[in-house]
Ligand binder design. Sequence first.
Ligand SMILES: *[C@@H]1O[C@H](CO)[C@@H](O)[C@H](O)[C@H]1NC(C)=O
Ligand SMILES: *[C@@H]1O[C@H](CO)[C@@H](O)[C@H](O)[C@H]1NC(C)=O
Ligand SMILES: *[C@@H]1O[C@H](CO)[C@@H](O)[C@H](O)[C@H]1NC(C)=O
Ligand SMILES: *[C@@H]1O[C@H](CO)[C@@H](O)[C@H](O)[C@H]1NC(C)=O
Length: 363
Amino acid sequence: SEALSKVKGCASGWVEFTCKYPKPNVKYQSIDVVTPKKTIRSFGKNVWENKGRVSLYHDTRNKKLRVAIKQLQHEDFGDYQCKFHQRSYSSQDTEEMKLGVETDGCQKQFIQTAYRTAKTTITCDYTGNKYKFFCKDNGFICEDILSTKSCLKSKGTFTLTETNSSFSVSISNVSSHDAGVYRCGVETHEGSYRAALTKIQLEVEATITKVTKFLTVGQNLTYWCRYPNGAPINKIICKGEDPSICETLVSTAQRNKNTGKFSMKEDKNKRNVTITVREVTTDDTGTYWCGVKSTDKTGSNKFFHKLVMTVASLTSTTTPASSSQSTTVSAERPGDSQFIITVLVIVGVVLLLLVLILILIYK
Ligand SMILES: *[C@@H]1O[C@H](CO)[C@@H](O)[C@H](O)[C@H]1NC(C)=O
Ligand SMILES: *[C@@H]1O[C@H](CO)[C@@H](O)[C@H](O)[C@H]1NC(C)=O
Ligand SMILES: *[C@@H]1O[C@H](CO)[C@@H](O)[C@H](O)[C@H]1NC(C)=O
Ligand SMILES: *[C@@H]1O[C@H](CO)[C@@H](O)[C@H](O)[C@H]1NC(C)=O
């Protein structure tokens, strides 16, 4: 029996660990996995065998048994043994594991709403130094999208960003195909186990109202945004390309909501919020989201209205026009001036000849 290996998983997450062959040169016929509750036997070779929440894969090529446990429950935490049998059950070699509870970065399901063609960022809290991965659930397994184990930091519309206290994955130009269940997870550097920390249900909203406004500096803008029945109380205006991490500028929960550049007036009967933006400047150019603040930690804020505002200063609108005019003028000029110079040269030469002829005649 080898030294006890430690494996850690999150309650209601999943974990996958391996039991290596205790003796690499032995051909094992079957393997028993003794869990804290019961014993499960693997007879198969190089196929997944599903035994309820536990799945086993006897990998004869890499000489190991993969053990995957879904929806971890309290009864799953404890001691595990992999008993490797040769032909006769009398002789067996044993590997032992301890499955403990992960405390870093575990979170229950989070529901995030994303909007078609916009960006969305899924944030995973984790401070440890294991490899981090991001995968999408296909109903059977969680297919890897990106991992810090490889140096590839983006794939298609997905980009992974790592900081000291978290890692996040952004999806740009979200489409309806991106909806589904994703997981953030960690993997030990030696590959002894992989564990899912967080489950994220991504919902993609296609029916958001989109408005584009072109304004000049100093103008006021008034627009309104309607919200559905039963929406949370606190309405917000948020600025940024990415609504999942945008900056809240004003909310109806603020006491002095009618001061400052942005103000909101709510008509609860019509489920209508009127927003006034006072005396815009070029810094106000950007994307604004109108929606509701989430009331709990299991879901993201929801938005119903997207405004793309472009503010131009009066001088900068006239400059490109006049410069394009002057370029068209100067583009015509070379031909004209060449013609004039040619005419002048010919006239000059003719005059000079006339003067010479006159001088010759009068001499
Ligand atoms: C992250 O960690 C590194 C070294 O561990 C440190 O130098 C750096 O300042 C940290 N960054 C932040 C933002 O805490
Ligand atoms: C966004 O994705 C759609 C298809 O889903 C594609 O037609 C479009 O060109 C993409 N836009 C950008 C800016 O990549
Ligand atoms: C914008 O609104 C403010 C305050 O409501 C007002 O004083 C100002 O005259 C308005 N400006 C324009 C250009 O309408
Ligand atoms: C919302 O309120 C504004 C004025 O405050 C009004 O012009 C608009 O028609 C209202 N929208 C709806 C759907 O009631």
